[in-house]
Write a protein that binds this ligand. Structure first.
Ligand code: PRP
Length: 206
């Protein structure tokens, strides 16, 4: 049996479609409060995880493979193989703020984000000094409350920005979901994993 770690929510919805059209599963993975779902007929066990934890489950080998956004991999990404771009979960990691001039001259810009490493690298490469404030979600609150001048966060439909009166200033990275695999399992279960990859490659074309 192959164990796949997958985030709940939007990614699971898109993953369900891809996994079905790839012929990997026959019935949808239902999102309930149950966190481990066994699909005995298809020989797959799903672990429903927080996106940021998918790399950890795969790194430690409790999941053979994982489906996870490139945003998470940029922040957390080592100790597994990234096998393919699944073409789902398309969004972008962007710098956003309130409209207009948000930071006074001489003031150290404060940037709130769930992605402190990516954000630090980005501003370091640009040679700009900023203070990074780590948040765990609802990051859009930070500029609204004056906690930060900017945020670095995921923009998908843009609805969250719009409903909170924020604007997207610059795209840092285009994001899609990737298939990652535990390094040992890649060798131990190579034929199963190769089969999974070729089915997914075919499914993506549909
Ligand atoms: C993500 C992201 C934005 C929102 C963007 O949040 O952090 O807040 O989705 O999507 P949109 O452009 O389609 O509105 P998520 O729903 O994962 O919750 P979080 O804010 O708690 O991280």
């Amino acid at each position: 049996m192959l164990t796949i770690a997958v985030p709940k929510g939007r990614i699971l919805e898109e993953a369900n479609i891809l996994l079905r059209q790839s012929g990997i599963i026959n019935k949808e993975v239902q999102e309930t409060r149950k966190l481990i779902l066994e699909d005995v007929d298809d020989g797959i066990r799903f672990i429903l995880a927080k996106p940021q934890d998918v790399p950890t489950y795969v790194r430690y080998g409790v999941a053979d493979v994982g489906i996870v956004g490139k945003d998470v991999l940029l922040e957390e990404g080592e100790g597994f193989y990234e096998l393919m771009d699944l073409g789902i979960g398309l969004c972008r990691l962007s710098i956003c703020s309130k409209p207009g001039k948000t930071c006074q001259r001489g003031e150290l810009p404060r940037v709130a984000t769930k992605y402190p490493k990516v954000t630090a690298n980005y501003f370091r490469e640009k040679g700009e000094q900023v203070e990074i404030i780590k948040l765990n979600g609802s990051v859009e609150l930070a500029p609204l409350l004056g906690l930060s001048h900017y945020i670095v966060d995921i923009v998908s439909t843009g609805q969250t920005l719009e409903e909170n009166g924020l604007v997207e200033l610059e795209v840092i990275a285009h994001v899609s979901c990737r298939l990652i695999v535990n390094q040992t399992m890649f060798h131990l279960k190579n034929s199963v994993i190769e089969e999974l990859v070729s089915k997914l490659e075919a499914g993506i074309q549909i």
